[in-house]
Design a protein around this ligand. Structure first.
Ligand code: KIV
Ligand code: ZN
Length: 518
């Protein structure tokens, strides 16, 4: 017989999650976000339990400054951090931007590797040591919470790195970040570097050690976890692994690796993991960067089981093929693939499991659209169904409705689009040429509904795989200070393009009329 102990399980050490989606993430080419999108992201991060939000780089632009200030002002519990180079102007600007947060942090950095000091900074080691002392002291005069980073730490000569960190701590830094700026380290090396720094730097127990890993060799998450195992208690990461070049460590992977494998990584974070899928979808929607299908934790195939053996095992006991529950990361239910033989009841069950409760005509319409899609596509995934229903819901009640499209494309041209729309209940037709079929479609729409807004973004993603995949098109219109984004999905990319443009245009017109009324 085993006797039960009454002793409480020991509390696991806390690992602080520092999210840099809005700073390092936004530095990834093409991923820029609008002011409001940044605020929306920051409030979701806070709700999700992110400890520190790196909201931007205030000296980089007035837009960055405004976003960091607004995030600081709206924040409730998270530490709001801004990045600053080691110049006095950067640090002042950063201090001003985070000022309204209840918990402001300045994160200042300078390169410490020989190659960076010589070629990028054109500074000698003594000048760098002097800059560290001066910048950290200046930051500490503005806020209590200062983080210091040694850019390119993993390629820095060890004794010099210790000296730099010693000065940063002596000048008042509370967090020491050790970036693998170029994603060069292997996990055993990075973990050992953290351990040796903690062993060798004076007063190392007075600060939080932080990992910041880039994914150039696909090792960012492994390196971050190795750092934690060796004493780091802050991990800098980004949702969907967004970041410079190949990105940063993916927040969702770091967090779930500790949660699922608490036996080997006995640490806790404050992240409510049921937010992970939502946060991932939000970052993807805002940046327009699709999430890789087989991406760990949040990829659309992460919980999909297609082979008969796997499906059979899953139906008997989910633990046969799943190491975590989809619900744990906010995915409604394991995504068993549907096909053209699936019936109306199975389709309705599927919709309900995804949070869509539709009845009557709307259900009949959705089922008909699902059957049409299943005729054209071998497998219909959850995301196809999401796209299909969202499409239907988005089109309800719009002033300008899509009716029919015919396009001439290909080498012989001229590329021409004929379109039928219903505007305020009245059917309208236009024919237009363009510089390619998409341009022709948009020109035809402009003929029927003339407007000033310009097309600022046009992006196409496949909802799932294969040449029969549905295309999701995103369109952003901008004019008169009004920005509107539209999205639509259809197996025909040109139809999806027309509908996405109309979706954006409907929103644009609504916003314009609201502004006139105000
Ligand atoms: O990768 C890096 O070195 C950075 C620092 C500015 C922290 O992003
Ligand atoms: Zn970085």
């Amino acid at each position: 017989m085993t006797s039960k102990s009454n002793a409480k399980p020991a509390k696991k050490p806390h690992v602080f999650i520092f999210d840099t989606t809005l700073r390092d993430g936004e530095q990834s080419p093409g991923a820029s976000m609008t002011h409001n999108e940044k605020l929306e992201m920051a409030s979701l991060m806070e709700e999700m339990g992110v400890d520190i939000i790196e909201a931007g780089f205030p000296a980089a632009s007035d837009g960055d400054f405004a976003a960091v200030s607004a995030i600081a002002a709206q924040s409730k519990s998270a530490i709001i951090c801004g990045l600053a180079r080691s110049t006095p102007a950067d640090i002042d600007r950063c201090g001003e931007a985070v000022r309204k947060s209840a918990r402001p942090r300045i994160h200042t950095f300078i390169s410490t590797s020989e190659v960076h000091m010589k070629h990028k900074l054109k500074m000698g080691p003594n000048a760098v040591l002097e800059a560290i002392g001066r910048s950290v002291t200046q930051a500490r005069n503005l806020v209590d919470d200062v983080e210091w980073s040694a850019e390119d730490a993993t390629r820095t000569e060890f004794d010099f790195l210790c000296k730099c960190i010693d000065i940063a701590i002596a000048s008042g830094a509370r967090t020491i970040n050790v970036p693998d700026t170029v994603g060069y380290s292997h996990p055993h090396e990075y973990g050992e570097l953290i351990r040796r720094l903690i062993e060798n730097v004076p007063n190392s127990d007075k600060v939080i050690w932080s990992a910041h890993c880039h994914n150039d060799l696909g090792l960012a998450v492994a390196n971050s976890l190795s750092a934690v195992a060796n004493g780091a208690r802050q991990v800098e990461c980004a949702i969907n692994g967004l970041g410079e070049r190949a990105g940063n460590a993916a927040l969702e992977e770091v967090v779930m690796a500790m949660k699922v494998r608490g036996d080997t990584l006995p640490y806790e974070t404050s992240i409510d993991t049921t937010y992970l899928a939502r946060a991932s979808a939000m970052v993807s929607r805002i940046t327009g960067f699709p999430v890789q299908y087989n991406k760990a934790i949040v990829g659309k195939n992460a919980f999909a089981h297609e082979s008969g053996i796997h499906q059979d095992g899953m139906l008997k006991n989910a633990e046969t093929y799943e190491i975590m529950k989809p619900e744990d990361v906010g995915v409604a239910k394991t995504s068993l693939v549907m096909g053209k033989l699936s019936g109306r009841n199975a389709f309705r069950d599927k919709l309900e499991s995804m949070g869509y409760f539709i009845e009557g005509e709307a259900l009949n319409d959705a089922f008909k659209r699902f059957k049409d899609l299943a005729d054209r596509k071998k497998h219909v995934f959850d995301d196809d169904i999401n796209a299909l229903v969202d499409e239907q819901l988005a089109a309800e009640g719009e002033r300008i409705a899509f009716k029919r499209l015919r396009v001439v494309a290909g080498t012989d041209g001229p590329q021409t689009a004929e379109i039928d729309l219903v505007v305020d209940g009245e059917e309208k037709f236009a024919i237009a040429r363009g510089n390619g079929p998409v341009d022709a479609v948009f020109n035809a729409i402009r003929q029927i509904v003339p407007h000033q807004a310009v097309l600022e973004l046009y992006q196409v993603h496949a909802v799932t795989g294969g040449t029969d995949a549905q295309a999701t098109v995103s369109v952003r219109l901008n004019g008169d200070g009004i920005m509107a984004t539209g999205r639509s999905s259809d197996p025909d990319t040109l139809v999806a393009s027309a509908k996405a443009y109309l979706h954006a245009l409907n929103k644009f017109e609504v916003r314009k009329s609201k502004r006139k009324a105000a």
